[in-house]
Write a protein that binds this ligand. Structure first.
Ligand code: F6P
Length: 540
Protein backbone atom coordinates (compact mmCIF):
# COMPACT_ATOMS: atom_id res chain seq x y z
CA UNK A 1 0.00 0.00 0.00
CA UNK A 2 1.04 3.58 -0.54
CA UNK A 3 1.07 5.54 2.68
CA UNK A 4 -1.32 8.47 2.96
CA UNK A 5 0.18 11.89 2.22
CA UNK A 6 -1.41 15.11 3.39
CA UNK A 7 -0.52 17.76 0.87
CA UNK A 8 -1.99 20.64 2.84
CA UNK A 9 0.11 19.75 5.88
CA UNK A 10 3.37 19.62 3.94
CA UNK A 11 5.98 22.36 4.22
CA UNK A 12 6.52 22.54 0.47
CA UNK A 13 2.78 23.15 0.04
CA UNK A 14 2.96 26.32 2.12
CA UNK A 15 5.96 27.50 0.09
CA UNK A 16 4.22 26.74 -3.18
CA UNK A 17 1.15 28.69 -2.09
CA UNK A 18 3.37 31.72 -1.51
CA UNK A 19 5.25 31.18 -4.78
CA UNK A 20 1.96 31.01 -6.67
CA UNK A 21 1.17 34.58 -5.59
CA UNK A 22 4.53 35.90 -6.77
CA UNK A 23 6.48 33.76 -9.26
CA UNK A 24 3.29 32.13 -10.55
CA UNK A 25 2.02 35.55 -11.65
CA UNK A 26 5.21 36.65 -13.39
CA UNK A 27 5.55 36.65 -17.16
CA UNK A 28 7.51 33.72 -18.55
CA UNK A 29 9.06 36.16 -21.04
CA UNK A 30 10.64 37.91 -18.03
CA UNK A 31 12.12 34.62 -16.87
CA UNK A 32 13.67 34.29 -20.32
CA UNK A 33 15.07 37.82 -20.19
CA UNK A 34 16.68 37.08 -16.85
CA UNK A 35 17.99 33.73 -17.96
CA UNK A 36 18.52 33.27 -21.70
CA UNK A 37 19.71 29.73 -20.93
CA UNK A 38 16.33 28.81 -19.52
CA UNK A 39 15.60 26.37 -22.35
CA UNK A 40 18.81 24.50 -21.56
CA UNK A 41 18.00 24.06 -17.90
CA UNK A 42 14.31 23.37 -18.53
CA UNK A 43 14.35 20.65 -21.11
CA UNK A 44 15.42 17.02 -21.03
CA UNK A 45 15.57 14.17 -23.49
CA UNK A 46 15.31 10.44 -23.58
CA UNK A 47 16.20 8.56 -26.75
CA UNK A 48 13.79 10.02 -29.27
CA UNK A 49 11.68 12.24 -27.01
CA UNK A 50 12.45 15.79 -25.91
CA UNK A 51 10.39 17.68 -23.32
CA UNK A 52 10.69 21.47 -23.05
CA UNK A 53 8.95 22.97 -20.02
CA UNK A 54 10.68 26.38 -20.24
CA UNK A 55 7.39 28.02 -21.36
CA UNK A 56 5.64 27.00 -18.13
CA UNK A 57 4.98 29.60 -15.41
CA UNK A 58 7.68 28.02 -13.31
CA UNK A 59 10.61 29.76 -11.66
CA UNK A 60 13.66 27.89 -10.43
CA UNK A 61 12.39 28.35 -6.85
CA UNK A 62 9.03 26.88 -7.86
CA UNK A 63 10.67 23.85 -9.45
CA UNK A 64 12.77 23.34 -6.33
CA UNK A 65 9.71 23.54 -4.08
CA UNK A 66 7.84 21.09 -6.33
CA UNK A 67 10.69 18.59 -6.05
CA UNK A 68 10.61 19.08 -2.28
CA UNK A 69 6.90 18.33 -2.37
CA UNK A 70 7.64 15.07 -4.22
CA UNK A 71 10.28 14.19 -1.62
CA UNK A 72 7.90 14.90 1.24
CA UNK A 73 5.40 12.59 -0.45
CA UNK A 74 8.18 9.97 -0.50
CA UNK A 75 7.74 9.58 -4.21
CA UNK A 76 10.78 7.36 -4.67
CA UNK A 77 9.41 4.93 -2.12
CA UNK A 78 6.05 5.04 -3.88
CA UNK A 79 7.71 4.28 -7.21
CA UNK A 80 9.49 1.34 -5.61
CA UNK A 81 6.17 0.04 -4.26
CA UNK A 82 4.67 0.29 -7.75
CA UNK A 83 7.47 -1.64 -9.44
CA UNK A 84 7.72 -4.16 -6.58
CA UNK A 85 4.16 -5.35 -7.14
CA UNK A 86 2.86 -4.09 -3.79
CA UNK A 87 -0.95 -4.01 -3.75
CA UNK A 88 -1.08 -0.27 -4.35
CA UNK A 89 -4.54 -0.58 -5.91
CA UNK A 90 -5.68 -0.71 -2.32
CA UNK A 91 -9.45 -0.65 -2.77
CA UNK A 92 -9.29 -3.71 -5.01
CA UNK A 93 -6.37 -5.34 -3.18
CA UNK A 94 -4.29 -5.61 -6.36
CA UNK A 95 -0.81 -4.86 -7.58
CA UNK A 96 -0.40 -2.47 -10.52
CA UNK A 97 2.08 -4.07 -12.85
CA UNK A 98 1.30 -3.12 -16.44
CA UNK A 99 5.07 -2.50 -16.73
CA UNK A 100 5.56 -6.29 -16.62
CA UNK A 101 3.55 -6.59 -19.83
CA UNK A 102 6.30 -4.76 -21.72
CA UNK A 103 9.22 -6.21 -19.77
CA UNK A 104 11.87 -8.48 -21.20
CA UNK A 105 13.09 -11.92 -20.19
CA UNK A 106 15.47 -11.33 -17.30
CA UNK A 107 13.40 -8.46 -15.85
CA UNK A 108 11.91 -9.23 -12.52
CA UNK A 109 8.29 -8.57 -11.59
CA UNK A 110 6.64 -10.36 -8.68
CA UNK A 111 3.12 -10.51 -7.33
CA UNK A 112 2.71 -12.11 -3.90
CA UNK A 113 6.27 -13.42 -4.18
CA UNK A 114 5.60 -15.13 -7.53
CA UNK A 115 7.61 -14.20 -10.63
CA UNK A 116 4.98 -13.21 -13.21
CA UNK A 117 7.40 -12.99 -16.14
CA UNK A 118 7.25 -16.63 -17.35
CA UNK A 119 3.48 -16.32 -17.80
CA UNK A 120 3.69 -12.87 -19.36
CA UNK A 121 6.27 -14.01 -21.90
CA UNK A 122 4.39 -17.19 -22.73
CA UNK A 123 1.11 -15.36 -23.41
CA UNK A 124 2.97 -12.66 -25.36
CA UNK A 125 4.55 -15.24 -27.66
CA UNK A 126 1.22 -17.03 -28.13
CA UNK A 127 -0.59 -13.80 -28.86
CA UNK A 128 2.05 -12.49 -31.29
CA UNK A 129 2.26 -15.83 -33.11
CA UNK A 130 -1.52 -15.71 -33.51
CA UNK A 131 -1.38 -12.13 -34.79
CA UNK A 132 1.27 -13.01 -37.36
CA UNK A 133 -0.74 -16.04 -38.43
CA UNK A 134 -3.83 -13.88 -38.93
CA UNK A 135 -1.74 -11.43 -40.96
CA UNK A 136 -0.46 -14.22 -43.16
CA UNK A 137 -3.95 -15.54 -44.00
CA UNK A 138 -5.19 -13.97 -47.21
CA UNK A 139 -8.66 -15.11 -46.12
CA UNK A 140 -8.81 -12.58 -43.25
CA UNK A 141 -8.85 -9.03 -44.59
CA UNK A 142 -10.60 -7.28 -41.71
CA UNK A 143 -10.18 -7.51 -37.95
CA UNK A 144 -12.88 -5.93 -35.81
CA UNK A 145 -11.93 -5.12 -32.22
CA UNK A 146 -15.03 -5.17 -30.02
CA UNK A 147 -14.40 -3.54 -26.64
CA UNK A 148 -14.87 -0.26 -24.79
CA UNK A 149 -12.85 2.01 -22.51
CA UNK A 150 -9.42 0.50 -21.93
CA UNK A 151 -10.35 -2.39 -24.20
CA UNK A 152 -10.83 0.04 -27.07
CA UNK A 153 -9.13 3.41 -26.62
CA UNK A 154 -5.55 2.17 -26.24
CA UNK A 155 -5.67 -0.29 -29.17
CA UNK A 156 -7.53 2.26 -31.32
CA UNK A 157 -5.15 5.12 -30.51
CA UNK A 158 -2.01 3.03 -31.18
CA UNK A 159 -3.43 1.43 -34.31
CA UNK A 160 -4.05 4.91 -35.69
CA UNK A 161 -0.74 6.32 -34.43
CA UNK A 162 1.17 3.53 -36.21
CA UNK A 163 -0.81 3.66 -39.44
CA UNK A 164 2.40 3.83 -41.46
CA UNK A 165 3.54 0.49 -40.03
CA UNK A 166 0.52 -1.44 -41.32
CA UNK A 167 2.32 -3.27 -44.04
CA UNK A 168 0.09 -5.77 -45.72
CA UNK A 169 -1.95 -7.07 -42.80
CA UNK A 170 -5.74 -6.88 -42.46
CA UNK A 171 -7.54 -3.57 -41.95
CA UNK A 172 -8.32 -3.00 -38.27
CA UNK A 173 -11.71 -1.66 -37.18
CA UNK A 174 -13.11 -0.75 -33.77
CA UNK A 175 -16.61 -1.03 -32.37
CA UNK A 176 -17.24 0.28 -28.87
CA UNK A 177 -20.52 2.16 -28.48
CA UNK A 178 -23.68 0.32 -27.47
CA UNK A 179 -25.42 2.42 -30.10
CA UNK A 180 -26.02 -0.23 -32.76
CA UNK A 181 -25.17 2.38 -35.35
CA UNK A 182 -21.52 1.96 -34.46
CA UNK A 183 -21.56 -1.76 -35.21
CA UNK A 184 -23.60 -1.21 -38.36
CA UNK A 185 -21.27 1.49 -39.63
CA UNK A 186 -18.28 -0.83 -39.22
CA UNK A 187 -19.91 -3.98 -40.58
CA UNK A 188 -21.36 -2.13 -43.53
CA UNK A 189 -19.35 -3.33 -46.52
CA UNK A 190 -17.47 -6.07 -44.65
CA UNK A 191 -17.66 -9.63 -45.86
CA UNK A 192 -18.25 -12.21 -43.08
CA UNK A 193 -15.96 -14.66 -44.90
CA UNK A 194 -12.96 -12.33 -44.60
CA UNK A 195 -13.73 -10.81 -41.19
CA UNK A 196 -12.40 -11.78 -37.77
CA UNK A 197 -13.70 -10.40 -34.49
CA UNK A 198 -11.56 -9.89 -31.40
CA UNK A 199 -13.76 -9.48 -28.32
CA UNK A 200 -11.74 -7.60 -25.74
CA UNK A 201 -13.11 -7.27 -22.24
CA UNK A 202 -11.20 -7.60 -18.99
CA UNK A 203 -14.36 -8.69 -17.20
CA UNK A 204 -16.28 -10.14 -20.16
CA UNK A 205 -19.43 -8.75 -18.60
CA UNK A 206 -19.44 -5.16 -19.93
CA UNK A 207 -22.89 -4.36 -21.32
CA UNK A 208 -21.74 -2.59 -24.47
CA UNK A 209 -19.15 -5.19 -25.43
CA UNK A 210 -21.43 -8.14 -24.79
CA UNK A 211 -24.24 -6.57 -26.84
CA UNK A 212 -21.89 -5.85 -29.74
CA UNK A 213 -20.21 -9.26 -29.56
CA UNK A 214 -23.58 -11.06 -29.61
CA UNK A 215 -24.78 -8.99 -32.55
CA UNK A 216 -21.53 -9.61 -34.44
CA UNK A 217 -21.88 -13.33 -33.79
CA UNK A 218 -25.44 -13.28 -35.14
CA UNK A 219 -24.25 -11.37 -38.22
CA UNK A 220 -21.58 -14.00 -38.87
CA UNK A 221 -23.83 -16.99 -38.20
CA UNK A 222 -26.52 -15.62 -40.46
CA UNK A 223 -24.15 -15.84 -43.43
CA UNK A 224 -21.76 -18.63 -42.53
CA UNK A 225 -23.54 -20.75 -39.92
CA UNK A 226 -22.75 -21.58 -36.28
CA UNK A 227 -19.58 -23.47 -37.13
CA UNK A 228 -17.88 -20.34 -38.43
CA UNK A 229 -17.63 -18.81 -34.93
CA UNK A 230 -14.55 -20.80 -34.01
CA UNK A 231 -12.58 -19.57 -37.02
CA UNK A 232 -13.77 -15.98 -36.92
CA UNK A 233 -13.69 -15.03 -33.25
CA UNK A 234 -10.90 -14.55 -30.72
CA UNK A 235 -11.12 -13.11 -27.22
CA UNK A 236 -8.97 -11.32 -24.69
CA UNK A 237 -10.04 -11.37 -21.07
CA UNK A 238 -9.18 -12.15 -17.46
CA UNK A 239 -12.47 -14.09 -17.44
CA UNK A 240 -11.52 -16.93 -19.75
CA UNK A 241 -14.44 -19.05 -18.62
CA UNK A 242 -16.98 -16.47 -19.80
CA UNK A 243 -15.14 -16.13 -23.13
CA UNK A 244 -15.34 -19.93 -23.52
CA UNK A 245 -19.06 -19.91 -22.74
CA UNK A 246 -19.55 -17.27 -25.43
CA UNK A 247 -18.32 -19.89 -27.90
CA UNK A 248 -14.72 -18.90 -28.48
CA UNK A 249 -12.31 -21.84 -28.74
CA UNK A 250 -9.72 -22.02 -25.98
CA UNK A 251 -6.61 -21.60 -28.13
CA UNK A 252 -8.04 -18.29 -29.35
CA UNK A 253 -8.64 -16.91 -25.85
CA UNK A 254 -5.77 -14.83 -24.52
CA UNK A 255 -5.77 -14.24 -20.79
CA UNK A 256 -4.21 -11.66 -18.55
CA UNK A 257 -4.18 -10.96 -14.84
CA UNK A 258 -6.19 -8.59 -12.70
CA UNK A 259 -3.03 -6.63 -11.79
CA UNK A 260 -3.22 -5.05 -15.25
CA UNK A 261 -5.74 -2.20 -15.17
CA UNK A 262 -8.02 -1.93 -18.22
CA UNK A 263 -6.75 1.53 -19.15
CA UNK A 264 -3.14 0.37 -18.84
CA UNK A 265 -3.57 -2.88 -20.72
CA UNK A 266 -2.65 -2.28 -24.35
CA UNK A 267 0.80 -3.80 -23.81
CA UNK A 268 -0.48 -7.36 -23.47
CA UNK A 269 -3.13 -9.42 -25.25
CA UNK A 270 -5.44 -6.37 -25.24
CA UNK A 271 -3.05 -5.15 -27.94
CA UNK A 272 -3.94 -8.12 -30.17
CA UNK A 273 -5.66 -5.90 -32.74
CA UNK A 274 -2.64 -3.59 -32.80
CA UNK A 275 -0.41 -6.61 -33.45
CA UNK A 276 -2.73 -7.87 -36.21
CA UNK A 277 -2.25 -4.49 -37.85
CA UNK A 278 1.49 -3.88 -37.45
CA UNK A 279 2.84 -7.39 -36.87
CA UNK A 280 4.92 -8.83 -34.05
CA UNK A 281 8.18 -7.08 -34.93
CA UNK A 282 6.72 -3.60 -34.66
CA UNK A 283 4.64 -4.60 -31.64
CA UNK A 284 7.82 -5.65 -29.85
CA UNK A 285 9.31 -2.23 -30.69
CA UNK A 286 6.29 -0.58 -29.08
CA UNK A 287 6.99 -2.58 -25.91
CA UNK A 288 10.68 -1.76 -26.12
CA UNK A 289 9.94 1.97 -26.19
CA UNK A 290 7.59 1.73 -23.21
CA UNK A 291 10.15 -0.31 -21.29
CA UNK A 292 12.80 2.33 -22.04
CA UNK A 293 10.49 4.90 -20.39
CA UNK A 294 10.08 2.57 -17.39
CA UNK A 295 13.86 2.48 -17.05
CA UNK A 296 14.10 6.26 -17.46
CA UNK A 297 11.38 6.77 -14.83
CA UNK A 298 13.22 4.55 -12.38
CA UNK A 299 16.75 5.69 -13.04
CA UNK A 300 16.84 9.29 -14.28
CA UNK A 301 17.73 11.86 -11.62
CA UNK A 302 14.72 13.80 -10.36
CA UNK A 303 15.78 16.98 -12.18
CA UNK A 304 15.65 15.18 -15.52
CA UNK A 305 12.92 12.69 -14.84
CA UNK A 306 10.31 13.51 -17.48
CA UNK A 307 7.19 11.90 -15.95
CA UNK A 308 8.07 13.31 -12.53
CA UNK A 309 8.65 16.84 -13.81
CA UNK A 310 5.52 16.81 -15.95
CA UNK A 311 3.46 15.50 -13.02
CA UNK A 312 4.79 18.25 -10.76
CA UNK A 313 4.03 20.94 -13.34
CA UNK A 314 0.49 19.53 -13.61
CA UNK A 315 0.08 19.77 -9.83
CA UNK A 316 1.42 23.33 -9.85
CA UNK A 317 -1.05 24.27 -12.60
CA UNK A 318 -4.04 22.61 -11.00
CA UNK A 319 -3.54 23.24 -7.29
CA UNK A 320 -1.55 26.44 -7.08
CA UNK A 321 -2.40 28.37 -10.25
CA UNK A 322 -5.98 27.09 -10.31
CA UNK A 323 -6.06 25.95 -13.96
CA UNK A 324 -8.82 23.40 -14.30
CA UNK A 325 -8.00 21.62 -17.52
CA UNK A 326 -5.09 20.20 -19.44
CA UNK A 327 -5.31 20.44 -23.19
CA UNK A 328 -3.41 17.92 -25.31
CA UNK A 329 -2.53 19.09 -28.83
CA UNK A 330 -0.80 16.48 -30.97
CA UNK A 331 0.53 17.99 -34.18
CA UNK A 332 0.19 14.65 -35.92
CA UNK A 333 -3.04 13.50 -37.51
CA UNK A 334 -2.09 9.91 -36.71
CA UNK A 335 -2.15 10.84 -32.99
CA UNK A 336 -5.64 12.26 -33.18
CA UNK A 337 -7.04 9.74 -30.69
CA UNK A 338 -4.36 10.51 -28.10
CA UNK A 339 -6.51 13.09 -26.27
CA UNK A 340 -9.40 10.60 -26.01
CA UNK A 341 -7.05 7.88 -24.80
CA UNK A 342 -5.53 10.21 -22.20
CA UNK A 343 -8.97 11.28 -21.07
CA UNK A 344 -9.62 7.77 -19.82
CA UNK A 345 -6.08 7.10 -18.62
CA UNK A 346 -5.92 10.31 -16.62
CA UNK A 347 -9.48 11.16 -15.65
CA UNK A 348 -10.54 7.63 -14.73
CA UNK A 349 -7.36 7.35 -12.67
CA UNK A 350 -7.14 10.71 -10.96
CA UNK A 351 -10.70 12.04 -11.02
CA UNK A 352 -11.17 11.19 -7.33
CA UNK A 353 -11.94 13.07 -4.15
CA UNK A 354 -11.43 10.48 -1.42
CA UNK A 355 -7.93 10.14 0.00
CA UNK A 356 -6.06 6.91 0.56
CA UNK A 357 -6.99 7.22 4.23
CA UNK A 358 -10.70 7.24 3.34
CA UNK A 359 -11.09 10.93 4.15
CA UNK A 360 -12.12 13.59 1.63
CA UNK A 361 -9.05 15.28 0.14
CA UNK A 362 -8.58 18.96 0.95
CA UNK A 363 -7.11 19.94 -2.41
CA UNK A 364 -7.75 19.65 -6.13
CA UNK A 365 -7.07 16.44 -8.03
CA UNK A 366 -7.18 15.49 -11.73
CA UNK A 367 -7.64 18.17 -14.34
CA UNK A 368 -10.12 17.82 -17.20
CA UNK A 369 -8.12 16.42 -20.12
CA UNK A 370 -9.20 17.36 -23.61
CA UNK A 371 -7.74 18.20 -26.98
CA UNK A 372 -7.62 17.66 -30.69
CA UNK A 373 -5.00 17.23 -33.35
CA UNK A 374 -3.27 20.36 -34.63
CA UNK A 375 -3.81 22.14 -36.87
CA UNK A 376 -7.54 21.26 -36.80
CA UNK A 377 -7.98 22.60 -33.28
CA UNK A 378 -6.52 25.94 -34.33
CA UNK A 379 -9.62 26.53 -36.43
CA UNK A 380 -11.98 25.52 -33.66
CA UNK A 381 -11.13 26.23 -30.01
CA UNK A 382 -7.75 27.98 -30.02
CA UNK A 383 -9.58 31.32 -29.93
CA UNK A 384 -10.48 30.48 -26.33
CA UNK A 385 -6.95 29.22 -25.57
CA UNK A 386 -5.50 32.57 -26.64
CA UNK A 387 -8.13 35.05 -25.49
CA UNK A 388 -10.60 33.25 -23.24
CA UNK A 389 -11.03 34.18 -19.58
CA UNK A 390 -9.64 30.88 -18.30
CA UNK A 391 -6.19 29.46 -18.87
CA UNK A 392 -5.65 25.93 -20.17
CA UNK A 393 -2.07 24.66 -19.97
CA UNK A 394 -1.19 22.80 -23.15
CA UNK A 395 0.88 19.76 -23.98
CA UNK A 396 1.96 20.39 -27.56
CA UNK A 397 3.31 17.27 -29.23
CA UNK A 398 5.19 17.51 -32.52
CA UNK A 399 7.23 15.07 -34.57
CA UNK A 400 10.51 15.98 -36.25
CA UNK A 401 10.34 13.49 -39.14
CA UNK A 402 7.48 13.80 -41.59
CA UNK A 403 4.60 11.35 -41.31
CA UNK A 404 3.86 11.58 -45.04
CA UNK A 405 5.77 12.12 -48.26
CA UNK A 406 4.29 15.64 -48.43
CA UNK A 407 7.34 17.42 -47.07
CA UNK A 408 5.89 20.89 -47.56
CA UNK A 409 2.92 19.90 -45.40
CA UNK A 410 5.24 18.77 -42.65
CA UNK A 411 7.18 22.04 -42.58
CA UNK A 412 3.90 23.89 -42.21
CA UNK A 413 2.68 21.52 -39.50
CA UNK A 414 5.87 21.97 -37.45
CA UNK A 415 5.86 25.73 -37.94
CA UNK A 416 2.29 25.87 -36.62
CA UNK A 417 3.12 23.76 -33.56
CA UNK A 418 6.09 25.91 -32.59
CA UNK A 419 4.24 29.14 -33.40
CA UNK A 420 1.31 28.24 -31.15
CA UNK A 421 3.60 27.63 -28.17
CA UNK A 422 5.28 30.98 -28.83
CA UNK A 423 1.99 32.84 -29.33
CA UNK A 424 0.51 31.42 -26.14
CA UNK A 425 3.53 32.66 -24.20
CA UNK A 426 4.35 36.03 -25.75
CA UNK A 427 0.85 37.24 -26.60
CA UNK A 428 0.46 40.69 -28.12
CA UNK A 429 0.32 43.99 -26.19
CA UNK A 430 -2.00 46.90 -26.82
CA UNK A 431 0.89 49.12 -27.95
CA UNK A 432 1.96 46.49 -30.46
CA UNK A 433 -1.58 46.23 -31.81
CA UNK A 434 -1.89 50.01 -32.09
CA UNK A 435 1.46 50.21 -33.89
CA UNK A 436 0.40 47.55 -36.38
CA UNK A 437 -2.97 49.16 -37.00
CA UNK A 438 -1.34 52.52 -37.65
CA UNK A 439 0.99 50.92 -40.18
CA UNK A 440 -2.06 49.38 -41.85
CA UNK A 441 -3.60 52.86 -42.11
CA UNK A 442 -6.38 52.51 -39.52
CA UNK A 443 -8.04 55.70 -38.34
CA UNK A 444 -7.80 56.72 -34.65
CA UNK A 445 -11.48 55.81 -34.21
CA UNK A 446 -10.91 52.39 -35.72
CA UNK A 447 -7.89 51.85 -33.50
CA UNK A 448 -9.91 52.78 -30.39
CA UNK A 449 -12.76 50.49 -31.33
CA UNK A 450 -10.83 47.45 -32.55
CA UNK A 451 -7.48 47.36 -30.78
CA UNK A 452 -8.77 45.95 -27.45
CA UNK A 453 -10.11 42.93 -29.33
CA UNK A 454 -6.76 42.24 -30.91
CA UNK A 455 -4.77 42.09 -27.67
CA UNK A 456 -3.43 38.74 -26.48
CA UNK A 457 -2.48 38.69 -22.80
CA UNK A 458 -0.06 35.83 -23.37
CA UNK A 459 1.68 34.07 -20.47
CA UNK A 460 -0.36 30.96 -21.22
CA UNK A 461 1.74 27.94 -20.30
CA UNK A 462 2.67 25.03 -22.49
CA UNK A 463 5.05 22.10 -22.48
CA UNK A 464 6.47 21.15 -25.85
CA UNK A 465 7.18 17.53 -26.71
CA UNK A 466 9.32 16.84 -29.74
CA UNK A 467 9.43 13.23 -30.93
CA UNK A 468 12.15 12.23 -33.37
CA UNK A 469 9.80 9.91 -35.22
CA UNK A 470 6.24 8.70 -34.95
CA UNK A 471 7.37 5.09 -34.77
CA UNK A 472 6.50 2.17 -32.48
CA UNK A 473 9.32 2.82 -30.01
CA UNK A 474 8.58 6.50 -29.60
CA UNK A 475 4.84 5.94 -29.32
CA UNK A 476 5.56 3.32 -26.63
CA UNK A 477 7.70 5.83 -24.77
CA UNK A 478 5.11 8.57 -25.00
CA UNK A 479 2.28 6.45 -23.61
CA UNK A 480 4.41 5.08 -20.77
CA UNK A 481 5.48 8.65 -20.01
CA UNK A 482 1.85 9.65 -19.44
CA UNK A 483 1.14 6.51 -17.41
CA UNK A 484 3.94 7.38 -14.99
CA UNK A 485 2.92 11.02 -14.85
CA UNK A 486 -0.54 9.87 -13.74
CA UNK A 487 1.02 7.63 -11.08
CA UNK A 488 3.10 10.46 -9.57
CA UNK A 489 0.14 12.82 -9.48
CA UNK A 490 -2.10 10.25 -7.80
CA UNK A 491 0.63 9.55 -5.26
CA UNK A 492 0.99 13.22 -4.31
CA UNK A 493 -2.74 13.86 -4.41
CA UNK A 494 -3.15 10.94 -2.01
CA UNK A 495 -5.80 9.18 -4.10
CA UNK A 496 -6.31 5.64 -5.36
CA UNK A 497 -5.44 6.01 -9.04
CA UNK A 498 -6.13 2.41 -10.04
CA UNK A 499 -9.79 1.88 -9.22
CA UNK A 500 -12.84 3.41 -10.94
CA UNK A 501 -15.76 3.20 -8.53
CA UNK A 502 -17.11 6.40 -10.02
CA UNK A 503 -18.31 4.60 -13.14
CA UNK A 504 -20.45 2.10 -11.23
CA UNK A 505 -23.54 4.06 -10.22
CA UNK A 506 -24.48 4.99 -13.80
CA UNK A 507 -24.03 1.37 -14.92
CA UNK A 508 -26.30 0.07 -12.14
CA UNK A 509 -29.02 2.63 -12.83
CA UNK A 510 -28.89 1.93 -16.56
CA UNK A 511 -29.48 -1.76 -15.85
CA UNK A 512 -32.34 -0.87 -13.54
CA UNK A 513 -33.96 1.43 -16.08
CA UNK A 514 -33.53 -1.21 -18.77
CA UNK A 515 -35.32 -3.78 -16.61
CA UNK A 516 -38.14 -1.34 -16.01
CA UNK A 517 -39.05 -0.49 -19.61
CA UNK A 518 -41.91 -2.90 -19.45
CA UNK A 519 -43.07 -1.78 -15.98
CA UNK A 520 -45.18 1.19 -15.15
CA UNK A 521 -41.95 2.85 -13.94
CA UNK A 522 -43.82 5.79 -12.49
CA UNK A 523 -42.72 6.83 -9.05
CA UNK A 524 -39.63 4.62 -8.90
CA UNK A 525 -37.23 7.46 -9.69
CA UNK A 526 -37.20 11.21 -9.36
CA UNK A 527 -39.95 12.94 -11.38
CA UNK A 528 -37.58 14.05 -14.13
CA UNK A 529 -36.19 10.54 -14.64
CA UNK A 530 -39.68 9.03 -14.58
CA UNK A 531 -40.88 11.55 -17.15
CA UNK A 532 -37.94 10.91 -19.48
CA UNK A 533 -38.46 7.15 -19.25
CA UNK A 534 -42.08 7.60 -20.15
CA UNK A 535 -41.21 9.82 -23.12
CA UNK A 536 -38.71 7.24 -24.38
CA UNK A 537 -41.21 4.41 -24.06
CA UNK A 538 -43.45 6.22 -26.50
CA UNK A 539 -40.73 6.02 -29.13
CA UNK A 540 -39.74 2.39 -28.63
O1 F6P B 1 -15.73 2.32 -17.75
C1 F6P B 1 -15.34 1.44 -16.77
C2 F6P B 1 -14.49 0.33 -17.26
O2 F6P B 1 -14.44 -0.62 -16.26
C3 F6P B 1 -13.10 0.77 -17.69
O3 F6P B 1 -12.25 0.92 -16.62
C4 F6P B 1 -12.73 -0.33 -18.61
O4 F6P B 1 -11.62 0.01 -19.39
C5 F6P B 1 -14.01 -0.48 -19.39
O5 F6P B 1 -15.03 -0.28 -18.43
C6 F6P B 1 -14.18 -1.79 -20.10
O6 F6P B 1 -14.15 -2.87 -19.22
P1 F6P B 1 -13.93 -4.34 -19.72
O7 F6P B 1 -12.57 -4.42 -20.34
O8 F6P B 1 -14.03 -5.20 -18.50
O9 F6P B 1 -14.99 -4.66 -20.72
Amino acid sequence: MLKPFHLSASEAHQRLQELAKVDGQRAVTEFFSEDPNRFHSMHAETAGLLMDWSKQRISKSTMKALHELASEADWQKGRKALFSGDPINQTEGRAVLHMAMRAEAGDSFNVNGLDVMPDVLEVREKMLAFADEVRSQPAIRNVVNIGIGGSDLGPLMVTKALRRFHDGGPAIHFVSNVDGAHLDAVLDGLDPRTTMFVVVSKTFTTQETMANAMAAKDWLIESLGEDAVKGHFAAVSTNMEAAGKFGIVSDRIFGFSDWVGGRYSLWGPVGLSIACGIGSVHFRSLLKGARAMDVHFQEAPDEQNLPLISALIGIWSREYLGFETQVVLPYAQDLDRLPAYLQQADMESNGKSTGRDGEPVAHHTGAVVWGEAGTNGQHAFYQLLHQGTSIHPADIIAVKSPMSPHLGHHEKLLANAIAQAEALMVGKSKSQVVREMKVDGATPDEIDAISPHRVFKGNRPSTFFLLDELDPETVGQLIAFYEHRIFVQGLIWNICSYDQWGVELGKVLAKQILSEWSDEAKGKHDPSTDALMKKCQIHR
